[in-house]
Design a protein around this ligand. Sequence first.
Ligand SMILES: [Mn+2]
Length: 345
Amino acid sequence: MDQLFTKQKVKELRALVGDGDRVAIVLQDDPDPDAMSSAIALRTLLGRNKLTTPIFAFKPVTRPENRTMMHLLEIEVAEPAPGELDGFDKIAMVDVEPPYFEAKLPRADIVIDHHPGYQTGLAPFEDIRVGYGATATIMTEYLVSAGERISERLATALLYGIRSDTLALSRRVTEADIEAFTHLYPLANYNLLRQIDRPELPVSFARVLARVMRRMEVRNGLVVIHLGAVERDDLIVQMADFCLQFEGVEMVAVSGKLEKNLVIAVRTHGIGRISAGDTVKRLFGEIGSAGGHRNMAKAVIPLIAWRQREGTTRDKLVEARLQALFAAAVAGGEDSAAPVARNGA
Ligand SMILES: [Mn+2]
């Protein structure tokens, strides 16, 4: 890699984004691993988090392994509401270029990509490396050049991005891709990579499924299910996604006890007035960490805090209480600010 050039680009990139700027990262429709990993790398490089620098795509991720990657690596990609992108100070795109979006974007400020055939000179910051096998390779070079710590999660994402864009380094691969791959290799989590390729459900989960699916009901577009104790966080998430596919379902809340916490995953189609993120913040923000986007949110509540407020952590009662809380939220819409009453029964 041309280290001097990369260093210069990182400097330019950071200079372009002001401290208080809200930055939107926009990806191609149905984003792939290269795009998603490049997006979180850009966020790290800019020292941002998901609130100040959310990731958007006009069409959601659909491929099962890409969805698994999102869940396992906790990458959130939101569909922008009409006009939402106008509210951002900077619009960045990775693994894609402005003409792809036609008139859908108000602006383009940052473009980092490896696809050939686009017109350049459309954004103040551009780094298009047509020879490269993956945008994740460019992003890895940026991170290395900037001396950024590459977390296990980020390394796993970038490695998977490079691997999938180059068909495991067999197609369109350059020296730079191999160098980036080699750099990331010792930093990544192989167990996660294997799970992305082929997520396995524990056999014991079949029994959990058989038990809970029997009592699944759709009420007012809402499904609430408490799984009881679960072995892994992603089982809760997978269950929520699964339930969202049923006829008439608009919002799903699935909870499970994971170690000392009650973990709640919420999914919506994002069409009604209800935002999953706002709902969990309102319901659980005071007793745990809770947040997310319109379609996707999560709350992690220490069981001890749940017991203090709700009186009990018995599975049956947890489900009944969650059912009541979410039903009230759905009925009340965004404006329902009703405080959550202590209620043991
Ligand atoms: Mn790519």
